[in-house]
Design a binder for this molecule. Structure first.
Ligand SMILES: Cc1cc2nc3c(=O)[nH]c(=O)nc-3n(C[C@H](O)[C@H](O)[C@H](O)COP(=O)(O)O)c2cc1C
Ligand SMILES: C=C(O[C@@H]1CC(C(=O)O)=C[C@@H](OP(=O)(O)O)[C@H]1O)C(=O)O
Length: 388
């Protein structure tokens, strides 16, 4: 399966085309919209989120609530487009004043300068518009479809925030994924511990007062994946590597780890590897899950646990120094609006990208024309794996 996204932050809409989804997958639009709403929320979001109220339209590939096997087209309109039509139009504007409003001051921490030089855009709006994390809205819609595809295979995904600006929530992951979903939904920062949430909110507010921004860590858990998704046979089929790449593709994500992650550097092997057990009822299982569900690029039947670190939002009310590319003069301009922490929102994006990679791996393992054939292949595989 594959998908493409298109659309600018202040253009008319975001679009995705998903190709390769099997037929017969039940699609509930309200579920996609619920995910979109989750991504818009969280303490620390800026004024743009007051303007937008993301709703998906499905323009192809779904009929009477089920996929047909044809490409699925998803659209989310940008409400802010109404304010940007002149600046973002596809034709040369009649009002020449609009042409003069170019972005010539690259923002540190953004794609502006690198993209400007690479694509020869002296108006770096051409870079800014596409590099914006607005694009993650349509990826969450794609992820919501992936989650619905994974449902009949018993694969479920939840995310949480474990750290914001140095305030950590060390609550151990509950075994029950529904509990993670319920508790994080009730938290404005999507973490499990209310006391940690209070401190995170305080930290976000304090940073905002200081014109600053905060990053943090999100954790995604996926349960129900059978042993053997992904493969050891070739580097680009390793599923943990694909998931790591997907997490790093989220705007502002700079690091990724599985299971106990970087903590592995401090421990001996006997305190890292997950011993193999077997019982009549459970088949093969593990005593621990320190590797986060992967060995040899394949799932090992334990919950997948992946964490990503998000850098602090780069656009600051307390501006950083940069240079105007026309005058070469230094400047430090103040900004009009920005999120000052988007870690809670990013946890929803992280769930979505993990969901997509898992859906893709399931489709590769069990074939992909219609769900009926896939479920038959899946059942036969489970039976064989149980008897192994
Ligand atoms: C959900 C989400 C919201 C974001 N909101 C903002 C924002 O309001 N202002 C900003 O400067 N960066 C924001 N970012 C981060 C930038 O998009 C990102 O840092 C930038 O595109 C540069 O890419 P890089 O950090 O991946 O190198 C956001 C990221 C995410 C995931
Ligand atoms: C629009 C979204 O996030 C945007 C991501 C973003 C950036 O630079 O990445 C900058 C801000 O946009 P604006 O400059 O229009 O205020 C955020 O609001 C969204 O998450 O839907």
């Amino acid at each position: 399966m594959r998908f493409l996204t298109a659309g600018e932050s202040h253009g008319p809409q975001l679009t995705a085309i998903i190709e390769g989804l099997p037929s017969e997958v039940a699609i509930d639009i309200s579920e996609i919209n619920r995910e979109l709403k989750r991504r818009q929320g969280g303490h620390g979001r800026g004024r743009r989120m007051i303007i937008e109220s993301d709703q998906v339209q499905i323009l192809s590939g779904v009929r009477h609530g089920k996929t047909t096997g044809a490409p699925v087209t998803l659209v989310i309109e940008n409400r802010d487009w109404a304010h940007w039509q002149d600046i973002m139009g596809t034709q040369v504007p009649e009002d020449t004043e609009e042409i003069k409003k170019q972005v010539t001051k690259p923002r540190p921490g953004h794609a502006d300068l690198n993209g400007g030089i690479k694509y020869n855009h002296r108006d770096m709006r051409n870079v800014l518009e596409r590099s914006s994390a607005r694009e993650t809205a349509i990826r969450v819609a794609v992820g919501a479809i992936a989650k619905q595809f994974l449902k009949p295979f018993g694969i479920d995904i939840a995310g949480r925030v474990t750290e914001i600006g140095g305030v950590a929530d060390g609550t151990p992951l509950p075994d029950n994924i529904e509990e993670i979903k319920k508790t994080t939904e009730a938290s404005p920062v999507r973490c499990l511990d209310p006391e940690a949430a209070r401190k995170m909110i305080e930290a976000i507010d304090r940073a905002k007062e200081n014109g600053d921004s905060l990053g943090g860590i999100v954790e995604v858990v996926a349960t129900g994946a059978p042993i053997g998704l992904g493969s050891h046979v070739h580097y680009d089929r390793k599923l943990d590597a694909r998931i790591a790449g997907a997490v790093l593709s989220i705007n502002a994500f700079k690091g990724v780890e599985f299971g106990i992650g970087f903590e592995m550097a401090h421990r001996p092997g006997s305190d890292v590897h997950d011993e193999i057990l077997w019982s009549e009822e459970a088949g093969y299982t593990r005593r621990t899950n320190r590797l986060g569900g992967f060995e040899g690029g394949m799932t090992n039947g334990m919950p997948i646990i992946v964490r990503g670190v998000m850098k602090p939002i780069p656009t600051l009310y307390k501006p950083l120094q940069s240079v105007d590319i026309n005058t070469k003069e230094p400047f430090s301009a103040s900004i009009e609006r920005s999120d000052n922490c988007a870690v809670p929102a990013a946890s929803v994006v992280c769930e979505a990208v993990v969901a997509w990679e898992l859906a893709n791996a399931v489709s590769e393992k069990f074939g992909g024309d219609c769900l009926t054939d896939m479920m038959a292949g899946y059942a036969a595989y489970r039976k064989r794996a149980e008897a192994f």
